[in-house]
Each structure stands twice: as C-alpha cells, then as structure tokens.
Design a binder for this molecule. Structure first.
Ligand code: APR
Length: 334
C-alpha cells in the first residue's frame, strides 16, 4: 500500500525530525516562539481556533469515538480482540483477515451482530465534528470506523473518508452484486442465516460487507483525498484511536511541521512517550514539543471541554438534543 513517493516523503520527514532533535541536543531548546499555540493545552488549541481561525481542520477518528454509542473498540481491555475466544481463531485479527474469511466466513458473521448493533446513534464527539463542518472550517473527516455514525450525525459524504470502508453496502464476492445495509442487517440477525449468499440463483456467492479487511487495499479515495488535504491542513484533531494501524496512522506525519495536532484519547498513543504503542511522532511528551497537545479523557468529555472553551457549548448541546429526539422517535435508516 506504500508508493515510492509517499515512502520517500515519510523518510525525508524522519531525517528532518532526527536533525531537529539533534539540534535540540546540541543547541538547546527550540525557541517556543515558533509555536502557533499560546500554550500547549486544550485552551491553547481553543485560542488558536478563535484567533488564527483555521479553515482546513482535519479530524482523524477511531473506535473510541463510538464506544459511548455501545460499539466496542478493538484493543482496549474490553475491546473486540479480547472477546473472540469462542471463535477458535488462529489469532484475534483473523476475524478481519481476508484470506481467513475466504475459507472461514462463519466467525465474522457470527460476530457481526456485536459489530453492527441495531439502532446505534451518534455520540457528542460525532456532533462536535459536525459542528466544525457547520462552521465551514472542516476540510475532511478521516475515520477508521465502519459504523457510519458520521453520516447519521449529518455529515455530507464528500466531507468523510471511510478509510476502512463501512457496512452501508455489501458486495457479492463472486458476481459483484451490491446489497444495501438493510439487506445485510436482516441476514446478520436472521437466526437461520449463518453466511449471507447472493440471491442470484446462478451465483449464490458469499456476500461480504464493504468493510476493509486486513489484506485488502484501502479505498482509492483514501489516497486521493489525503494527498490533496493534508498539505493544506492547519489543525489536526485525532480522537479515539490507538494509532497502530497503517497506513491510517502515518497520516499524522503528513501535516506541515508547525501545524498544531490535538489528541483526545483515554490513553497516550502514537507518541514518542514510553507508553506510546507506536511512534507515529506525536511530540506531546517531548521536551522540544511546540505544537502537539494530548488531552487525556473520553472523546465526549474532550469535545465538550473544547466546545466550552470556544463558547460553542450551547450549539453542541442543541445538536446532541436534536439527535436524541431524531433517533428516539425514528430509528436511523442509514
Ligand atoms: N474516549 C476516548 N478514547 C477512547 C474511548 C473513549 N470513549 N474508548 C476507547 N478509547 C481509546 C482506547 O484507549 C484506544 O486507545 O481509543 C483507542 C481505540 O483503539 P483501537 O481499539 O485500536 O481502535 P482503532 O484505533 O479505531 O483501531 C484501528 O484496527 O482492528 C482494526 O480496522 C480496525 O479500524 C480498526 C483499526
């Protein structure tokens, strides 16, 4: 999935950050005046939004934005990968591995009831990103989630990149026939269906939701949009992800070196800090940090705290309340 240009781009950034680190060791701290943030905190990010008025904000999200909607994440202690013992998989991620699926589709479809619960609703974190779009400052929302809650929160399709696909549609593995979410949901919750098959008599192939399995290429739109968007990004907000899956996690590198990056997460990830599961280069724990902020907590609490600092809390509360009414009266038909 890496192309030569992208790899050399990441390598040159690595050399750059290594030289910066070396300079810091030899010549001392980088002057903090280079920072665009008045302070390396949520308040500093709020001040930046109010005073510098970024208009190409990019948001990157993972499963942590949907846990409060009742959808488990993957790698925390109660996540998907901790509760798959009954499926006798060679390893937990096999349930999303395309080569394993080809020969053993049953475990995925048995588990799909948990992965695709009915009547889920967007969370405050989803509505906060919708608020950014409503204010005309969201460039794009890159999500790893397949639950389509971004669209239930009212996001226009062109503003969202579903990097790992979504279960809005499904495709027959043999003839390519497309099926909608309603069809697949009925199959998944039908006690008499173990594996959904194509309803074309002459085909009867296995129908798989259009989510990206390990071993499958990411949607072309992921590449085309990220190449266009990230060089223009003037604020990166990362929420609810362990930043361990590539190439999504590497997007963190793709913004310019002085662009502020805010991580809202229950645990510190993606940084050079010892706890960081992988070093995607977030510098919030480094002495020479001048642009990264890590806000430790839930996505919902983090966006509410940021909305308060921006004087947006009433607007956010109204959107959440409207969503509550909308989805309590009529279940989502996405
Ligand atoms: N608020 C903030 N952070 C949270 C919350 C929450 N309510 N709930 C969980 N988290 C954090 C966890 O601590 C963890 O760091 O969100 C992160 C979720 O990480 P993962 O479970 O690894 O999920 P994600 O990063 O989305 O996984 C990426 O891996 O299995 C593949 O394709 C799958 O898209 C998925 C990809």
């Amino acid at each position: 999935m890496f192309n030569r240009e992208k790899v050399s781009n990441i390598y040159s950034k690595f050399v750059q950050s290594f030289e910066n680190a070396l300079n810091t060791v030899v010549y001392g701290e980088k002057p903090s005046t280079l920072s665009k943030l008045s302070e390396l905190s949520l308040k500093g990010v709020a001040n930046y939004i109010k005073e510098c008025k970024p208009k190409n904000v990019i948001v990157m999200t993972g499963a942590g934005t949907s846990t409060s909607a009742g959808i488990p994440d993957f790698r925390s202690s109660t996540g998907v990968y901790s509760c798959l013992q009954e499926y006798n998989l060679p390893h937990p991620q096999a349930i999303f591995d395309i080569s394993y699926f080809e020969s053993h589709p049953e475990p995925f479809f048995r588990f799909a009831k948990t992965l695709f619960p009915k009547n889920v609703k967007p969370t405050p974190a989803h509505y906060f990103v919708k608020l950014l779009e409503k204010k005309g400052i969201l460039k794009r929302w890159y999500t790893q989630n397949i639950d389509a809650l971004e669209f239930l929160a009212g996001m226009p399709e062109e503003k969202v990149v579903t990097a790992h696909g979504s279960h809005l549609t499904s495709t027959c593995r043999s003839c390519g026939k497309k099926y909608d979410r309603k069809w697949m949901t009925e199959k998944i919750f039908d006690p008499n269906t173990l594996v959904p098959h194509c309803d074309t008599e002459s085909c009867r192939g296995v129908v798989k939701p259009d989510i990206i399995f390990f071993g499958e290429a990411l949607p072309r739109r992921f590449m085309t949009c990220s190449f266009e968007d990230f060089p223009k990004c003037d604020l990166l907000i990362i929420m609810g992800t362990s930043l361990v899956v590539q190439p999504f996690a590497a997007l963190v590198h793709e913004v310019a070196d002085d662009v502020p990056r805010l991580l809202i997460n229950l645990e510190d990830v993606g940084g050079d800090s010892p706890a960081g599961a992988s070093s995607t280069g977030l510098c919030y724990a480094r002495k020479d940090n001048m642009r990264d902020v890590f806000w430790k907590g839930t996505c919902d609490e983090g966006v509410k705290a940021l909305a308060e600092l921006l004087d947006w809390e009433l607007e956010l509360q109204e959107m959440i309340a409207e969503g509550e009414v909308k989805f309590t009266t009529a279940p989502p038909n996405v």
